[in-house]
Each structure stands twice: as structure tokens, then as C-alpha cells.
Design a protein around this ligand. Structure first.
Ligand SMILES: Cc1cc2nc3c(=O)[nH]c(=O)nc-3n(C[C@H](O)[C@H](O)[C@H](O)COP(=O)(O)OP(=O)(O)OC[C@H]3O[C@@H](n4cnc5c(N)ncnc54)[C@H](O)[C@@H]3O)c2cc1C
Length: 162
């Protein structure tokens, strides 16, 4: 009788995700896209450290730190990277007065600093696929919009469907 060869357990170094660069950018402007959606455009000297890739779900881990406390992170999709203006945009859904990221975005002013690690990513729509299904709550809209923007045929189809 033969037994399957056991799969070796990965060591911690094999399972750890690659370290993402930590980047601090400043708010260039805040745009109120709708009553509950705020776009924050960020730029600054560390823009060049942002390693953009072709995935449409690029996300960053934003650190929020109150004085004397350990930072906590919130995850946000990078809606758009503009290499000419050297800015990147993040769309924040503002769920109310609670929490960190939403209230921060609602009150952000030009010059305010934001520190994040990233980007992580893993998805882009296959332009050869027959169909795509995107579903999610408001906070997924930036990733869906980014996917549509990367695929002109999808964008045209979604416009004619509406
Ligand atoms: C990969 C990934 C990408 C994401 N991209 C985006 C993005 O681009 N834009 C975006 O706005 N969000 C995005 N999110 C969701 C976002 O990370 C969470 O909504 C986050 O918890 C908000 O942080 P906060 O500090 O504002 O609120 P929290 O401190 O987490 O929560 C405070 C209160 O806000 C309310 N709340 C928070 N999140 C939601 C929600 N999603 N739906 C309803 N009520 C909520 C709840 O009442 C909660 O009690 C993403 C999440 C992931 C995992």
C-alpha cells in the first residue's frame, strides 16, 4: 500500500506577504462626489515610492494613530493613479460620525498627511471573458469603477445597460 506524500507545512517565511513600502502623502484636494462619498486626492515627494501595478483592486492599509496609542489600520482601494499629476485618489464612503477613516476623509484639508502601506492587489478583469459579475456594497464601488475603467468594452456595455 502506498500513501500520498505529505505536503510540507510552509514555513512562516513562505506564508508571509511581501513587505509593502510605507508611504506618506499629503492631501491635495477633497472632492464631495455624493452626500456619502468623498474623494481624497493625494500627492507629494513620496509618490514615486508607490509601486503601481496593473491590478484594478490595488488597496492600501492606512494607519491612523492617536497620540500615545498604537496605530490602527483601515483598508482602502486606490481608485486612480495619475502618473502625470503624480497623484493618487481614494474614494471614502462616509458611514457617519463613528470610526476613523470616514470621519477623517470628511474633514480632510489640503496639506493633511496620510500614511499607508501598499499597494496589495490581485485582480484585473480578463478582457477575453464572456461576462463579468461585480457585486458589493458602496465601499466596493471604487474597485468596481476601477475594473470598468481598465476595460473599455466593459465600460461601454455597462453604459448601454444603464
Ligand atoms: C480590500 C478592501 C478595500 C476597500 N476599499 C474601500 C474603499 O475604496 N472605500 C471605502 O469607503 N471603503 C473601502 N473598504 C471598506 C473599509 O475598509 C471599511 O468600511 C472600514 O472599516 C471603514 O473604516 P472607518 O474607520 O471609517 O469605520 P470603522 O471604525 O471600521 O467602523 C465605524 C462604523 O462605521 C460603519 N461602517 C464602517 N464600514 C462600513 C461599511 N462598509 N458599511 C456600512 N457601515 C460601515 C459601522 O457603523 C461601524 O460601526 C475596503 C475594504 C477592503 C477589505
Amino acid at each position: 500500500m502506498t500513501f500520498p506524500t505529505p505536503t510540507p507545512t510552509p514555513t512562516p517565511s513562505q506564508t508571509q506577504r511581501p513587505a509593502r513600502p510605507q508611504i506618506t502623502l499629503a492631501v491635495v484636494r477633497r472632492e464631495q462626489l455624493s452626500p456619502h462619498l468623498v474623494r481624497i486626492v493625494l500627492g507629494g515627494d513620496e509618490f514615486d515610492a508607490f509601486q503601481a501595478n496593473d491590478s484594478t483592486d490595488k488597496y492600501v492599509k492606512i494607519a491612523f494613530a492617536a497620540p500615545g496609542e498604537l496605530p490602527v489600520t483601515r483598508t482602502y482601494t486606490v481608485r486612480e493613479v495619475d502618473p502625470v499629476a503624480r497623484t493618487l485618489s481614494i474614494d471614502f464612503v462616509v458611514h457617519g460620525d463613528e470610526g476613523l477613516a470616514g470621519p477623517w476623509a470628511a474633514a480632510a484639508e489640503p496639506g493633511d498627511l496620510l500614511t499607508f502601506a501598499g499597494p496589495g492587489a490581485g485582480y484585473a478583469p480578463d478582457p477575453a471573458a464572456d461576462w463579468h459579475l461585480f457585486a458589493g456594497d458602496q465601499s466596493v464601488l471604487p474597485a468596481i469603477a476601477s475594473a470598468l475603467a481598465a476595460c473599455p468594452a466593459l465600460l461601454a456595455a455597462s453604459r448601454s445597460w444603464r
